[in-house]
Design a protein around this ligand. Structure first.
Ligand SMILES: [Zn+2]
Length: 139
């Protein structure tokens, strides 16, 4: 199936440019470049052979070697072979996770700092905890 540039870009961005099975970085410009390590293809998460559709919700970027190895097997088992259960997050999802971690970290820091050092400790704890929470790997 041939995909338009818009659709390809949206598929590539779903995982922030990573193979959804092994998480290797794939380069947008190398779509269909089978011989390139950063080449990629569009994978039908639920394979067409199993009734998967061509709808965007079923399409994810996969490096050529993963896509060819996966064939008609399930996404779940293909990810499991690589030690993952979920697809990589998009850039927007990573940002949202960082913000949530910062809020949780800030809250925990405020409580801990407040218990140990009073109101100023709470403020310092909130800032420190927020910073630590924000820097946690969002994946
Ligand atoms: Zn891969």
């Amino acid at each position: 199936m041939a995909y338009g540039d818009d659709v390809l870009r949206q598929i590539h961005q779903k995982t922030d440019g990573r193979c959804h099975l092994c998480r290797r970085a794939v380069r947008y410009a190398l779509y269909g470049a089978y011989a390139e390590p950063a080449g990629w293809e569009v994978d039908h998460s639920n394979p067409r052979a199993r009734g998967g559709t061509d709808r965007k919700s079923n399409l994810l970027p996969a490096c050529c070697s993963c896509n060819r190895t996966k064939r008609a097997s399930s996404t779940r088992s293909a990810r499991k072979r690589n030690g993952f259960s979920r697809r990589p997050k998009s850039r927007g999802e990573k940002t949202a996770t960082r913000e949530k971690n910062a809020v949780v970290g800030g809250g925990l820091g405020a409580v801990a700092g407040g218990l140990m050092f009073g109101p100023l400790g709470a403020l310092a704890g909130a800032l420190l905890g927020g910073g630590i929470g924000h820097d946690i790997d969002p994946e």
